[in-house]
Design a protein around this ligand. Structure first.
Ligand code: 3EB
Length: 341
């Protein structure tokens, strides 16, 4: 068992009970994400351990492990915990809401701090963000919390960039049951990356105003060329065509529509990963993560995902609230290729 051979950054899921052995087996871990944990992030480690409070479902517990062959440093700057090597950084920021500092303000503050940190550390290419916070579909003072989050995030990007859409990373925004606003991110030194949109979907940053005063600041996918390997980080993908949610509250067609969206995106970006490949498919993912709103829907979702996945790659099933209340699931993943392909 080992990660994809890659110098700067690779990702794999490791059974939690094998983690020690995995790290002793010459795998240099940069960061490990523990799902279903409420522990706090700590620095006294050889690699970054990031807890995410969303429960995972399955026979055994997996850890999402980001590895690298390059020497790395684990550290903290202001509120950001990070692990960095010469090419990439994996970071995490956490803020607890108070009556004075609500979600809107904290989302702004968190992104402002992330963007400032990346400038200072000279990792100009923000490739991937994961956003988790409680009660995503609930309202504060009449406004849905997801929309408050989107406003704060948008303001931070807009303050820094004039044509901000060129800088928006692939992202995930999923609601937790508890815990702080948690934003995990990956950024790179390289400028050999690219943000990608899905031909079946309106770009989220161009959603009409009915979805919120400020549009969601994310790209459908981000491609990153790290020399030895190339990666496609695919954002949380749901049953949305154009800008409209489809198959409201209807699990099975939502999953099928999500698969079509993924197929469309992979087809659209396949040449970046491999010039010779006729197609890149869902089953070629190196890691695929499925978020479901209701734990009871998991047996069915899992069965249908597994049919799609026939391959040997790793997958994870997490329980969390999708950012539109009518959506029941969302799928994200990482696809990779060697640069010699
Ligand atoms: C969507 O496509 C569904 O706000 O960061 C997916 C991925 C979604 C990321 C985000 C939201 C986000 O609009 C929701």
């Amino acid at each position: 068992m080992r990660a994809n051979k890659s110098k700067a950054l690779a990702v794999t899921l490791v059974p939690e009970r094998d983690l020690k052995k995995f790290s002793l087996d010459n795998n240099n871990i940069l960061a490990a994400v523990f799902y279903g944990k409420n522990t706090s992030i700590s620095l006294s480690q050889d690699y970054l351990r990031v807890p995410v409070s969303l429960p995972q479902v399955g026979e055994q517990s997996f850890v999402e492990v980001w590895t690298s062959d390059l020497p790395s440093e684990v550290n903290k700057f202001e509120n950001i915990f990070y692990a960095a090597n010469s090419d990439v950084v994996f970071g995490s920021i956490n803020f607890h809401e108070t009556t004075k500092d609500g979600l809107h303000k904290l989302a702004f503050r968190a992104y402002k701090e992330i963007l400032g940190f990346l400038d200072r550390m000279q990792f100009p290419f923000l490739a991937r963000c994961w956003n988790y916070f409680p009660d995503i579909n609930q309202k504060n003072n009449g406004i849905e919390r997801y929309k408050l989050f989107c406003s704060g995030r948008h303001e931070a990007f807009a303050e820094k960039y004039q044509s901000l859409h060129r800088y928006l990373p692939a992202a995930t925004a999923v609601g937790s049951k508890s815990g702080p606003l948690t934003i995990n991110f990956i950024a790179a030194r390289t400028n050999r990356g690219e943000h990608i949109e899905n031909p079946r979907q309106v770009s989220a940053y161009q959603y009409p105003v009915e979805y919120g005063e400020c549009s969601p600041s994310f790209a459908r996918a981000t491609y990153m060329d790290l020399g030895e390997s190339k990666y496609l980080y695919v954002a949380g993908t749901a049953s949305i065509i154009g800008h409209k949610s489809c198959h409201k509250d209807n699990l099975l067609p939502q999953l099928q529509e999500t698969h079509q969206n993924l197929d469309s995106l992979l087809n659209h970006s396949r040449c970046l990963l491999s010039r010779s490949a006729e197609k890149v498919e869902i089953k070629d993912a190196s890691v695929i993560k499925t978020y479901v709103r209701n734990v009871e829907s998991l047996p069915l979702v899992k069965k249908l995902m597994e049919e799609k996945l026939a391959g040997a790659q790793s997958r994870l099933y997490l329980v969390g609230d999708i950012c539109r209340s009518e959506l029941l699931l969302e799928v994200e993943g990482v696809w990779s290729a060697n640069n010699s392909d």
